[in-house]
Write a protein that binds this ligand. Sequence first.
Ligand code: PGA
Length: 271
Amino acid sequence: MHAERRPFIGGNWKMNSDLASAVELAEAVVAALGPAGAAPHALEETVDAAVFPPFPYLQAVGRALGHSAVMLGGQDCSAEASGAFTGQVSADMLCDLGCRSVIIGHSERRHGLGEDDALLHQKLAIALESGLAAVLCVGETLSERDEGRAEGVVRAQLRGCFGTLTAETVERAVVAYEPVWAIGTGRTASPADAQRMHAAIRHELGSLYDSRFAAKARVIYGGSVNAKNARAIFDQPDVDGGLIGGASLKAGDFASICRAAAEAWSATGGH
Ligand code: PGA
């Protein structure tokens, strides 16, 4: 963590829950992060927390979040604004439902559905244009890491996705470093490995834009973060929070991870 960058913690619920359990989870997250669960400050005031439920439950979860500071987000959006795109959901539709964030380029879409940097560039552009705080995911596969290409792959993803977007446009973006081999596997990057890659990402953002932009940009880590390992990862100077999958499905674990971020941040003098 760094005092100048407020932590961002996202809960990516993926294709889990049903309507009733999604609402229940949202209510439990609000209770755990809001004023009632807090001492001395509500966690929702210390960290930027967001939940990303499946599309069909966005409206119900949004209602359950009510006036809490926990943000609602979509797990993806279309690269197109509107029209004949069966099954897709536009960035404006997400805004209409009260979303303030969206995940772009999760590895389950890059590798599971073949989304490439050119498409993700379009999605990122339209999401940011709609006013969403887009969380752009980047990360190498295990074979790319074993071949020593991890950093090159991640830098190329950043260049491909940010492309020609101006610093002003991408100001609201958050970058999530998610090594593909760490997602859902129980195997996290070591804090030192995460720090090394986060520093490389910040460096690349500096070359794409400038050092002032890079110093302000939030780069979060994702891949098997849980209540136990979160603090060691968040203590790294270039890690500004996390994108949490499995552990975000339990409100208590998600709150513990938010608390770890708040404590790591406060240790740097941030508040
Ligand atoms: P995980 O997922 O925490 O279950 O590994 C992280 C993610 O896919 O964003």
